[in-house]
Ligand binder design. Structure first.
Ligand code: GDP
Ligand code: MG
Length: 743
């Protein structure tokens, strides 16, 4: 259709020499075909990053009144202008370009930053039939976006109330009210800047201005106002500014100077007094549409879409939609940055989990909080410029997205720290105990546990604290800390139990070794036949065969009592509780008894006991009452002595057969000695315990049986063997007596 324009701005690599066509000839907003078009232009011209620090100006007026020419001179733009010779309409649709003169400092022209100018197709209807429609639409579009509307008119058009410009202004007023019906809270106003062209100079600007204001007021009163806005006044919505320019062709130099002066007015301004006079430039804050620059293209597209489809243009809704769109976009962007920090950490963690390793990631808390802070700050900087309500909701959504990621990371981190901590603790305690054992066994278990627990807790606490995010309640990990401490206590308990077992084994060994000597000694006394060798010590009742078991019981209980004291002292030193000590002592007594029984069994093993009986017998048979060896003579009553000694020794066998105390002629009170199973005992405490008759009743073995040292058959067997042996000794004695005579 129009080759020259189509060539411009059609591709993403377009140079924007002529600016960018925002609305094309067919009134399709350009984004429809190239969605990133305006965005890209704004990015390339660095307007996109300016937030609210930009300005939008639209120019209105009849065709071929030098609008494009004016803009090009004012802002250094390169909008197409009608060639002098052809006199055909040139500007099509709506174009936008950034002011190229803003950096021209030093001279008179010092303009506001980031001025965007929209060159709107003229509206004369000479070449377009549907002008009225486009006029409305473009006016609506300009009012929804621009701060300043430049109205370009010839001097000779001023006062022509019925002229085309007046029609345009009527349209502007009407669509403006239309917008305010939907947006009553709005504080925004617009500046109508009349630039009067070809000013000859006969009529001063002040007069032209009065005429124009009169006409404007007339138009305002003539338009039909929507319900509720019937009494609104023109200056509720508009400010006016005026300027004249000389004839460009007839007074080219003067034209340029005046344009320069005009340009100097495009700076930021404010109201100096209540009479609404400007101070500074024309850009008053209340003109700004408050659309952040990075949302301008989306907003403009949405607005145009509504306009083109003849929908009621509802700016608050547009702003909300824009906010939702942009907040989502910004959220995605900041999450990408967040991801680059967090995703690798998540992967590391997942990998560790796969391998079953408890990996504590270094600096996780610092990395996490920095990434979170950065994301939220970045979001806040950009998104907070948008609709407050939407922004607040979206910020909450972003935070919860971020937090759910961090929460998962942190929880996994703490469970790794938990596992690693428990292992470290357990290893450290075990290691110290081993080192202590190697160094001679002098170590304080409770001290080791206390020291390692403190150390391990400190490490965990530091990790948990490093994960805390200020002001974020889920990042308080006190419950996890308490859980960890509880587990350490459980581990300590287990380790203490093991230590108790080791202690028990040591004490049991000690008991066994003591019993080995002491019980052997008691049995050896049997061999003497008089209950002992050598003279009894002063005050000591001479031992007799009859109180063998009393002595054994006495020695045994003495050793066990001493062992109990050793066990208790040591166990208390590593903080074992009363229950644990009681269980340990109960086990110790049982094991000691079993050790004693084994020791006794060893003593009464056939070969051993037979030898003892023989010694006992020989002691009585071969020695007289004074302990002097007998020399047998044929006259001696060998048989009588033999029978006496044999019967005496034989009398030992029933004594040896049962563990009985002389005084009561009953077994010792073993059940009372061992005591009831303590309340604190657990099944594992009974695991390696042999049943004891009379103590463990359900075992079906009585105390009597437990105390049986020699069974009936063994006893008889022993009698037979002993007699044979004694007979041998007797025959030998006989022979030696006879031999003594023959000699
Ligand atoms: P637009 O259609 O309003 O954008 O007008 P153009 O800028 O394309 O200019 C239309 C014609 O008016 C061109 O031939 C210009 O040379 C001419 N023109 C531009 N400025 C002036 C001016 O200040 N006075 C007069 N008389 N003609 C002008
Ligand atoms: Mg033009």
């Amino acid at each position: 259709m129009n080759g020259h324009f189509a060539a411009v701005g059609n591709g993403p690599t377009a140079d924007y020499e002529h600016g960018i066509q925002v609305i094309d000839d067919d009134k399709a907003f350009k984004f429809v075909t190239t969605p990133t078009h305006l965005n890209e232009y704004l990015a390339q011209t660095h307007v996109a990053e300016a937030g609210f620090n930009y300005h939008l100006i639209s120019v209105f007026g009849s065709q071929s009144t030098g609008k494009s020419t004016l803009l090009n001179h004012l802002f250094g733009t390169e909008f197409s202008v009608m060639s002098e010779s052809e006199r055909r309409q040139t500007t099509k649709g709506i174009w936008m370009s950034k002011n190229k003169k803003e950096r021209a400092d030093g001279g008179a022209l010092k303009m506001a930053e980031n001025i965007l100018v929209m060159d709107v197709e003229g509206t004369d209807g000479r070449e377009r039939g549907e002008d009225q429609d486009f006029e409305r639409k473009s006016a609506l579009f300009a009012l929804a976006t621009s701060e300043v509307l430049i109205v370009n008119i010839w001097e000779h058009q001023v006062g022509l109330y019925q002229g085309a410009n007046m029609g345009l202004l009527k349209t502007v007023f009407e669509v403006n009210l239309q917008l305010f019906v939907k947006d009553r809270q709005s504080q925004t106003r617009s500046l109508l800047f009349f630039v009067i062209r070809d000013h000859i100079g006969n009529t001063p600007l002040a007069n032209l201005r009065n005429t124009l204001i009169q006409d404007l007021t007339k138009i305002w009163s003539s338009i039909s106002k929507p319900q509720g806005l019937e009494n609104s006044k023109i200056d509720d919505y508009f400010d006016f500014a005026f300027a004249t320019l000389p004839h460009k062709i007839l007074q080219p130099d003067k034209f340029l100077t005046e344009v320069e002066n005009l340009g100097a007015r495009f700076t930021a301004g404010h109201r100096s007094t209540k009479d609404q006079e400007f101070s500074g430039g024309v850009f008053l804050p209340e003109y700004h549409r408050r659309i952040p620059a990075d949302g301008l293209s989306v907003y403009a597209e949405g607005v145009w879409d509504q306009i083109v489809n003849n929908k009621d243009l509802d700016l608050p809704t547009q702003q909300e939609l824009l906010a939702q769109f942009r907040c989502d976009e910004i959220s995605r962007e900041v999450l990408v940055a967040f991801d680059t920090v967090i995703a690798p950490l998540e992967e590391q963690q997942a990998e560790a989990t796969r391998l079953g390793k408890a990996t504590v990631l270094p600096d996780l808390g610092a990395l996490g909080v920095a990434a979170r802070e950065k994301a939220v700050k970045a979001f806040e900087t950009q998104a907070s410029r948008y609709h407050k309500g939407v922004y607040t909701v979206k910020r909450g959504e972003l935070e919860s997205k971020i937090d759910s990621r961090l929460k998962a990371l942190y929880q996994a981190q703490l469970s790794a720290a938990h596992k690693a901590g428990v292992t470290a603790f357990s290893d450290a305690v075990t290691g110290s105990v081993k080192a202590g054992q190697k160094a001679g066994g002098s170590y304080e278990f409770a001290e080791i546990v206390g020291k390692q627990k403190k150390k391990t807790l400190e490490v965990f606490k530091k990790e948990a604290q490093s994960l805390a995010i200020p002001g974020v309640s889920w990042s308080n990990f006190k419950p996890q800390y308490r859980l960890f401490e509880k587990e350490l206590d459980e581990v300590s308990g287990r380790l203490r139990k093991e230590e108790m077992r080791r202690l028990a084994i040591r004490v049991e060994r000690w008991v066994k070794s003591r019993l080995g000597d002491a019980i052997g000694l008691e049995f050896n006394k049997l061999g003497s036949g008089r209950g002992g060798t050598g003279a009894p010590e002063e005050g000591e009742k001479p031992p007799t065969e009859k109180d063998l078991w009393d002595r054994i019981w006495y020695v045994f209980t003495g050793i066990v009592t001493e062992a109990e004291t050793r066990f208790t002292d040591r166990a208390k030193s590593f903080d074992a509780n009363e229950d644990e000590v009681q269980v340990g002592l109960w086990r110790l007594r049982r094991k000691s008894w079993v050790a004693l029984r084994e020791r006794i069994d060893e003593e009464v093993m056939e070969s051993n006991i037979l030898m003892k009986l023989r010694e006992n017998f020989e002691d009585k048979f071969r020695y007289d009452e004074e302990g002097v060896p007998r020399i047998w003579r044929p006259t001696d009553d060998i048989e009588g002595i033999y029978t006496k000694a044999r019967e005496s020794t034989l009398g030992l066998i029933p004594l040896l057969s049962r563990f009985r105390l002389a005084e009561t002629y009953a077994p010792p009170d073993l059940p009372a000695f061992i005591g009831l199973q303590p309340a604190g005992a657990e099944p594992e405490d009974e695991e390696d315990l042999a049943p004891i008759g009379g103590v463990d009743e359900e075992e079906g073995k009585s105390l009597e049986e437990e105390m049986t040292v020699l069974s009936e058959s063994k006893r008889q067997d022993l009698v037979v063997r002993f007699k044979k042996m004694a007979d041998g000794v007797y025959v030998e004695a006989k022979r030696s007596a006879i031999g003594g005579i023959t000699q």
